[in-house]
Ligand binder design. Structure first.
Ligand code: FES
Length: 159
């Protein structure tokens, strides 16, 4: 059950959109923000708000990499594995970050802090290799720089 304030805001998003599908990503993102991931309950609520079937919402959800249909850590680390980043060492960076965190790609650390996910181009090819955490984009990465960023993210969660 979502709070009234959130429901009202989501209804406003839907009302302002030309089609309900146009509002779908925003609705799913906000529900995900509330639950931590897009739970089955959230899919049902999104469907009701958007006037779509749960299956239609499911189809949209699985299309977008930033919508999570499984539990994730407090911070999701998206490491780009598209061509520019790959050419600049992104594959190695992903492997090193996985080793540093003690998890594999697609997994979450035992403390629930980080989920590591390879992803398609983040639109920051000129600063490859690149990763994204939340709405923050980080480029020109080295392992040392990436680890420092993870430590900052971790600290910010504890404040
Ligand atoms: S290829 Fe990595 S940001 Fe574009």
């Amino acid at each position: 059950m979502i709070p009234t304030q959130l429901r009202t805001r989501l209804e406003q998003h839907v009302a302002a959109a030309v089609t309900s599908r146009e509002a779908a990503v925003q609705v799913m993102k906000e529900l995900q923000g509330h639950y931590g991931w897009l739970t089955d309950e959230a899919v049902g609520e999104a469907a009701q708000l958007l006037g779509l079937s749960p299956l239609q919402v499911e189809e949209l959800a699985t299309f977008y990499e930033m919508i999570y249909r499984r539990p994730v850590g407090k911070r999701v680390v998206h490491v780009c594995d598209s061509i520019s980043c790959w050419a600049m060492g992104g594959e190695s960076l992903l492997a090193q970050l996985a080793a540093h965190l003690g998890i594999g790609p697609g997994e979450t650390t035992g403390d629930g802090m980080f989920t590591l996910l390879p992803c398609c181009c983040l639109g920051n090819c000129g600063e490859s290799p690149t990763m994204m955490i939340g709405d923050n984009l980080y480029g020109w990465l080295t392992l040392e720089k990436a680890v420092e960023i993870l430590q900052q993210e971790s600290r910010s969660m504890m404040e």
